[in-house]
Every structure is written in C-alpha cells, then in structure tokens.
Write a protein that binds this ligand. Structure first.
Ligand code: A3P
Length: 325
C-alpha cells in the first residue's frame, strides 16, 4: 500500500464538490493560487476509466462515504478543457455548465460531517477527499502527462471489466443513443469477413494493456488501483472496501448500504441509514444487451485473449476473462 503523499488541508469552505481547500501542500501541484488562506481544492484521486466498466456505480458508491466529496457530472478537464487552466478545474464544477444550476454536491459539507463514522475519530480530522471521474481519461494519450504535471502523487482508479462485455455495453449505448443503426457484427467485422476492426472505439478501449502502458511512465503501479467491474456487481462491499483501503479512508461502506435488486439485475444503494428505500442507478445503466452469435463471441474473446494476458502480466492480477455468463 503506497503512502499517502503530503496533502495537508486546514479547512474546506462552502463547496465540497468543486474542489475547495485551504493551505495546501500537494505533491507536484501548481500552488500559485494557494497563497491566500482559502483556495479551491484539486482532486486527490481520479477515476480515470474505463468507459462502461461500471464507473458511475463506483462513483455513487464512493459518494456514500462521508469523507468523499465528488461532483456528479464528468469533468473532462484533462481532455477537453485543459486550456482553461487549473483555476477553472478547481472552481467551475459547482455550477452545471448546461443548466447553470448549482450541483447537488455543493454545500453538502455540513451534512457529510454529521454522517462521519464515529469509530474512526482518531484518523478522521474532519477532512474530505475530493475525487472526480472522467472515464475517457484512460485512453487519451495526452492525459497521463497532464495529470502528472498537476500532481505526481495523485491516486488513480480504473474499473476494468471483461473487454468483450464492455464492447457490447459500449455498442448498446451508441445504438440506444442513435449514434449507429448498424448491427454489432457489422461494426465489429471488416466487410462482412471475420477480421475484427481494431479501430472501432468499442474494440480499442478494451485493449487495456496498450492504454496502461501510456500511464506507467508517469505513475507507478502502486498508485493505480484496479476495480474488478464484475465483482463490483456481484460483491460490491468487497470491492469498495479495497477502494477505501487504497484511498486511505476509514472503513465505512458495508453490507447495509447495498441490496441486490432482482428486477434491475444490479445492486442498489441506501444513501443514509434513515432511508427506507434502496435507490438504483438510472435506466441508462444496466441496459439489455443484444444477443450475439456464439461465433461472434468466440472471435471477440479470442481477439482479446492476448491483450488480457498482457494486462494480467502488467498488473500482476488475473481477472479471469472471459467472464462465465
Ligand atoms: P450496461 O448498461 O451495459 O449493463 P459506466 O457507468 O462506466 O458507463 O458503466 C455502465 C455499466 O455499469 C453498466 O453497463 C452495468 O453493467 C455496470 N454496473 C455496475 N454496477 C451497476 C449498478 N449498480 N447498476 C447499474 N449498472 C451497473
């Protein structure tokens, strides 16, 4: 377990979700804006991927934790808005860009403090860790260097899932959003032949080893935590406890927070102990996938086999793909 770097936060003001902090020493962070008593907080951890791996579920589960503060929307600073600078990154996310409204996470500070676990009072100095999630970061070449320039000590989280299932999930999303009218097989194979189109983004994103190799020159493996996307569905408490340990958070997330909803086919969560209902993620999460031929699945699994092997070697972990459905 890596040591948590020197991040000292004296107090947090107003907007937990929009990266506020004061008196900060933060690894390689540009501190030019921190010469006053209160400055805005940069994230200490980022969920960098992967798209359709279960990143929304992970973020929502993490937001159960009283020591976590995170904006709901994806931030896209390091890919789309990097030229706006770190001050934009620190401060802009209190306001939803589309609606112009304040985001729900802003001002949650007091409520969060009240929910803080009492059993961990010794290590809990009342501070929150700020995180964000933007799943496309994992596959964007320019992002590792940019994040490293902000903080060489930041913690990175990647939810990985059987890349064949991930590709089908990605396609299902594109189809349901009307981005394609073609079938999965038409997208997957070149010219009706059985050669897989590696340039199709639904396929490319699942070559995890290739993407990871772009991060390792900047961040040691110990600074990157891989969440098993299948386990996040089947055993969310175990996966979340591993994330808590990685982030150095007091243990909080437990069985009491989850209930497997048979209709939805996924775990749903209770945000507060006083809530009576477990809330599920929305209809865009947990879509029904198209059924594919056994041949298509076989070719897809064969294609990913060498990429998966390489990924297991790089991470020192065997994720056991293809998953048994
Ligand atoms: P499907 O909709 O294809 O089933 P992301 O949030 O990164 O876009 O990932 C979406 C995927 O998260 C879903 O893909 C689903 O399989 C998975 N998932 C994990 N936990 C979930 C949950 N509690 N509710 C809904 N989907 C969940």
């Amino acid at each position: 377990m890596p040591q948590w770097p020197q991040v000292f936060i004296v107090f947090v003001v107003f907007c937990g979700g929009c990266f506020l902090e004061s008196s900060v020493a933060h690894g390689a962070v540009d501190l030019s804006a921190s010469d006053t008593k209160t400055v805005k907080r940069l994230p200490q951890a980022i969920i960098i991927g992967v798209k359709k791996g279960g990143t929304r579920a992970l973020l929502e589960y993490l937001r159960l934790h009283p020591n976590i503060s995170a904006p709901g929307p994806e931030v896209h600073f390091f890919d789309r808005y990097h030229d706006r600078g770190l001050n934009w990154y620190r401060g802009s996310k209190c306001v939803d860009e589309v609606s112009g409204r304040f985001l729900a996470v802003c001002g949650e500070q007091t409520a969060a403090k009240n929910r803080r676990p009492k059993s961990n009072a010794a290590d809990d100095d009342g501070e929150q860790m700020t995180i964000e999630k933007t799943p496309c970061y994992f596959v964007k070449r320019e992002v590792p260097a940019r994040i490293h320039r902000m903080s060489s000590a930041i913690k990175l989280i990647v939810v990985v899932r059987d890349p064949s299932t991930r590709a089908i999930s990605d396609y299902t999303q594109s189809f349901s959003k009307g981005r394609t009218k073609r079938s999965f097989d038409e997208m997957l194979f070149h010219d009706g032949k059985e050669k897989i189109n590696e340039r199709w983004s639904a396929v490319r994103i699942g070559m995890y080893a290739k993407h990871l190799s772009k991060w390792l020159p900047y961040f040691p493996l110990e600074q990157i935590h891989f969440v098993n996307g299948e386990e996040l569905i089947n055993n969310p408490v175990n996966e979340m406890q591993a994330v808590e340990r990685f982030l150095g958070l007091p243990s909080f997330i437990s069985d009491d927070h989850f209930n497997f909803n048979a209709t939805k086919g996924f775990p749903c969560v209770k945000r507060r102990h006083t809530d009576t209902d477990f809330r599920c993620l929305g209809a865009t999460k947990g879509r029904t996938h198209p059924s594919l031929s056994a041949r298509t699945l076989q070719l897809l699994n064969q294609f990913y086999a060498r990429h998966n092997k390489l990924f297991y070697e790089m991470t020192g972990r065997d994720f056991g793909w293809p998953e048994k459905l």
